[in-house]
Unconditional design. Structure first.
Length: 435
């Protein structure tokens, strides 16, 4: 990813230096296990660790690869230059390139997942704080973009919290699924390497041995991982879209924080645009872009091919770096989002009580009027509000057919806003727990 949408901790996971360091640790731990089994001399295994403080020369490895056309061989050649060819003689004993590549890739994905889980924790904290702050801030709920019935801004934040909390659980599960390693040799049969080597390497690196790995780790694990990132991206866009709507000039129920000195337009000095939300919408598209290639990577020829390799070299860093940035940006946006409660009330009352129509409908049915007739009575008064700008309650109070079933006091009671918020505490307890 370009620096504009990158944060350093996640970028560092995908640097060549980090990758080669992981490769080295895999090889060194494998040598220890081989020595314990008596396959290689112990002093040769110990010699590999003399490179633990070495800085692997990326340029030198690239130079070797330009000749060998093989990245793992280029790395091993450079490692031999550091520790000496004699001591490097037993490095990579019985292993194949995928043992290093796949195990290292999963380690990188696990580390990336840890950062993303921390990102989600920060976002969840911001969403919870804003939900509690605006638990009772009345706003109009909308269906199909049209006024429906009253809700609260706190419930809006709470549902986003619940969605992101589900995403956190999904990511924790995806992290566990991807945290496997394979040191099983060519075509995964352990013919040239003891399974104990795989167990030792995985234990040292915080992984679980892959139960069966052909010559590569099965890519259904990776498909699930990137699919989970895609779902998180869609949830980010879900929140961003709501904020974009709320910031529309005709709505203006909330807006992104506009900092001193910030400019909204090169042409129009008055503009304050939802640029962060729009940016998040675009970044979510990039995250989801990885899902289909990851699904297609599941299908490989026989015990191994490398059709997945070029895909993963791109989507591994690009998707995790992008999502890390997007989650951090969304957290800041939610944290500083400016809320306008009075505008919410003004918007809800724009059609003068119309949003209470269901309460009147239900009251008429309770009073003995058929549902069909109740709907007809309410709708004919509602249409006067839509078409003539009338006041809904006043029209009901002037309708003899309605008054035949409901008293003026009963009609008046149907316009109590508190009716719509009476279960907010129950919903909050479900989302955030009691207390």
């Amino acid at each position: 990813m370009i620096p504009r949408y990158s944060r350093p901790d996640m970028v560092a996971i995908w640097s060549p230096e980090t990758r080669f360091r992981i490769w080295y640790e895999i090889e060194a731990h494998a040598c220890d296990a081989q020595a314990a089994l008596g396959v290689i001399p112990k002093d040769h295994a110990e010699a590999v660790w003399t490179a633990k403080d070495a800085t692997f020369d990326v340029a030198r490895i690239d130079e070797i690869e330009a000749v060998t056309k093989h990245d793992v061989i280029a790395f091993l050649t450079h490692l031999a230059e550091i520790i000496g060819p004699e001591k490097a003689r037993f490095v990579h004993q019985g292993m194949t390139s995928s043992d290093v590549l796949d195990t290292a890739f999963n380690i990188q994905l696990v580390r990336a997942a840890d950062i993303l889980i921390a990102d989600l924790d920060a976002l969840l904290a911001a969403l919870k704080r804003r939900a509690l702050e605006h638990k009772d801030t009345i706003r109009i709920g909308r269906s199909h973009g049209i006024h429906a019935e009253p809700t609260t801004m706190g419930l809006t934040f709470a549902r986003f919290y619940a969605e992101m909390d589900r995403n956190r659980a999904r990511l924790v599960a995806a992290r566990a699924e991807i945290a496997t390693g394979a040191i099983s040799g060519a075509v995964g049969t352990f013919a040239n390497i003891d399974p104990a080597v795989e167990e030792h390497v995985c234990a040292k690196l915080g992984l679980t041995p892959e139960p069966i790995s052909t010559q590569v780790i099965p890519r259904d694990r990776h498909a699930m991982f990137f699919a989970t990132l895609g779902v998180i991206g869609s949830s980010i866009e879900n929140i961003a879209t709501e904020i974009r709507h709320m910031q529309r000039t005709e709505v203006l129920e909330a807006e992104e924080f506009f900092s001193p000195g910030q400019k909204g337009s090169s042409a129009m000095p008055h503009k304050r645009n939802p640029v962060l939300s729009e940016n998040l919408t675009g970044l979510a598209r990039l995250v989801r872009m990885a899902v289909v290639p990851a699904l297609e990577n599941v299908t490989l020829w026989h015990e191994r091919d490398i059709s997945h390799s070029s895909v993963e070299r791109n989507i591994g860093p690009d998707t995790t770096v992008t999502l890390d940035f997007a989650l951090a940006r969304l957290t800041g946006l939610v944290d500083k989002l400016v809320i306008y409660p009075q505008n919410m009330l003004d918007n809800m009352n724009k059609f003068r009580g119309l949003v209470m129509s269901q309460r009147v409908l239900l009251a008429l049915t309770q009073a003995g009027v058929s549902r069909e007739d109740s709907y007809r009575l309410v709708q004919r008064n509602a249409m006067k509000v839509w078409e003539q700008g009338k006041d809904f309650k006043e029209e009901l109070l002037a309708d003899a057919d309605v008054l035949a079933a409901l008293s003026p006091d009963e009609i008046e009671e149907k316009f109590d806003l508190g009716y719509h918020t009476k279960h907010v505490d129950t919903i909050f307890a479900r989302v955030f727990g009691a207390g």
